[in-house]
Ligand binder design. Sequence first.
Ligand code: SF4
Length: 445
Amino acid sequence: MSADTIIKPDKETKAETKPGNYFVSNYPPFSFWKEEEVPMVESMLNSPTPGTSPLGIYYHVPFCRKRCHFCYFRVYTDKNSQDVRRYMDATIRELEAYANSPYIAGRKPKFVYFGGGTPSYLSAQQLTELTDRMKAVIPWDEAEEVTFECEPGTLSEKKLEVIKNFGVTRLSLGIENFNDHILETNGRAHRSEEVFRAYEHARNLGFQNINIDLIAGMLEETDDNWTECIEKVLEISPDCITIYQMEVPFNTTIFKSMKDQGKLTAPVADWPTKRRWVTQAYEALEKAGYTVTSAYTAVKDPQNTKFIYRDRLWAGADMVALGVASFGHLGGIHYQNQTHFDQYCETQEETTSAVRRALLTTEDERFVREFILQWKLGRVSPAYFSDKFGVDIKERFSAIFTDWKNAGDLYEEEGDLMLTRDALLRIDSMLHCFFLPQHQYTKYV
Ligand code: SF4
């Protein structure tokens, strides 16, 4: 993933959609991660004692059939099978180096995540080979969850079978919308027919947890179409549904065409409309028995449908990042890999580190990171933060919490701090007030 984020004051998200990122994915902002701190990652990997946090593996597949107009990730649409082979070889070398380091050796992942890009862009044969090789380096037999992101148009029954067989427990389908005109207008490669076919195959194969992604506010979205999308979701009845609110980052096709036309406002619905659409979806889902479990997700069976990758990561787990532009976190150090395909592959061919920038976080930064990320769940536990970091959040942020209570955004329940639904859907725009002074209103980049 790449990010060109400017953190926006809350008031801006009450109106039209301006270019820039809205979603807060990590902390401290990426602009504070530096090349000078890259050697810290190596030192951590060579520290004599292995890490004790739960371990995860993130594998980035940077290939897509087509570039969506709203996409700001590092993806390639022009690579051939030789490039894919070169990439897979590089990532396996990278994994081997991690597995042999004193910090990781002997540890097994609790979660594995294949993200992108489009992991399902790889053929069934490539996927079998890749995952066999990965498991030979670090077995996944203790993984509680293996997530795999898919673009519906790349899924055949055979490929889904392979995906199921190598241990995927959480299949995530990037549907985004059910309307073919909207899919086409937004540059998506798949069409609704492929969605239904892929979903049916996946259901028949018995995946434990099927998630579908939707985006509220794509180009040309309307009230009527959004209502139909919700109806289709209820019809297919996935285990989990994730709804993002459309944002228009700077390095997207949509932004480029706005710039060419001299426009300052993105040609998509404004923030109140997007929040209204998400509210409508959540209300319909709740009526159908779903539970809203975060600002972006609703699940059918909250006891059994977990999202371990998210929950572990937001509680400070270690995560080895494999592949171009990947983000990882080890022993309190954030890092990101080289962001260009050739550069990344060359690092592994020359047996050097793939890490491009890093940040050794302070204890207070780690506290703020977990604290802001957990707000996205809509419930924050003061006991968790006093046990883990020795911070009394009610005392430290009393002025902010008083304001939030007065604004009707916050209440307390069984000792926890809770966001109202309305506040939950604006949470990304509310988090910057917790940032340390040196990180306030900075560019994420
Ligand atoms: S499928 Fe996902 S990663 Fe690929 S271009 Fe579209 S939004 Fe970007």
